[in-house]
Design a binder for this molecule. Structure first.
Ligand SMILES: [Zn+2]
Length: 244
């Protein structure tokens, strides 16, 4: 997620930004509130849209000059000055070197944009696959009721949540798309969020170590995603998905 420069959204116009901090008014509250300025959420949503489009195009080797220009223009307008963004704008206007535009676009996006589930559907699929393992553990421990991975519209940045019995999500920051980039991190993230969801819904700890009666923690151990118990110096209860 991109962090907008402090004071650069919602509280001032661009004109005010340029003659602000360095002028004779420096040190005082000089920015007037501008009711028409977009909010950080609106800027993030717009960046998500512009960046997502360019990201998918550049990744697939078919970057569109107009889309790249729109992204560069947006960042020039709202982001901090960056020669790379300037170069992207110029290359897009030239409209000749598609490969170079894709390359510069990816560099520009690298620090500003984390591809979401829209741009990387495979990551959501990885989380859903991980949920199958967690569901198996729910069944083995006698937990019933529908459970699924959801990506709510309101989550910003867009995160996934495990929904248990139609509710029980929202108290956590959710699961970031990058957690879906490999099997182990997907299992841990989904197990952890499922646990939060169950606890919030049932107000009881789940799952519980059968030996020590302590709440389990989803974590990595020896390269595997496991349910871990802190009892007796700490031990693996079981690999996630293998609860018996
Ligand atoms: Zn234990």
């Amino acid at each position: 997620m991109f962090t907008w420069p402090r004071g650069h959204y919602g509280v001032m116009t661009r004109e005010q930004a340029s003659d602000g901090a360095s002028g004779r008014d420096a040190g005082r509250q000089i920015y007037r509130s501008d009711p028409h300025a977009p909010t950080a959420d609106q800027l993030n949503a717009q960046l998500e849209r512009l960046a997502g489009r360019v990201y998918v195009q550049a990744r697939d080797g078919a970057v569109d000059f107009e889309a790249a220009f729109d992204l560069a223009g947006f960042l020039i307008e709202w982001g901090p000055a960056d020669p790379l963004v300037q170069e992207l704008a110029e290359l897009s206007v030239e409209g000749t070197d598609r490969a170079r535009v894709a390359e510069v676009a990816m560099q520009v996006l690298a620090h500003r944009y984390e591809p979401g589930f829209d741009a990387q559907p495979a990551r959501l699929a990885a989380l859903e696959e991980a949920l199958d393992a967690v569901k198996a553990d729910m069944r083995s421990t006698g937990l019933t009721g529908p459970v699924r991975v959801v990506v709510p519209e309101w989550a910003s940045p867009r995160s996934a949540f495990v929904e248990f019995r139609g509710d029980g999500y929202g108290s956590t920051p959710g699961i970031a798309p990058e957690d879906g980039s490999d099997t182990v991190s997907a299992l841990i993230a989904v197990a952890d969020d499922a646990q939060d969801s169950v606890i919030e819904t049932l107000h009881e700890v789940w799952p519980v170590c059968p030996v020590h009666q302590l709440g389990a923690h989803a974590r990595e151990h020896d390269g595997a995603a496991v349910w871990w118990c802190n009892g007796n110096g700490g031990h693996v209860i079981v690999t996630i998905g293998q609860w018996e």
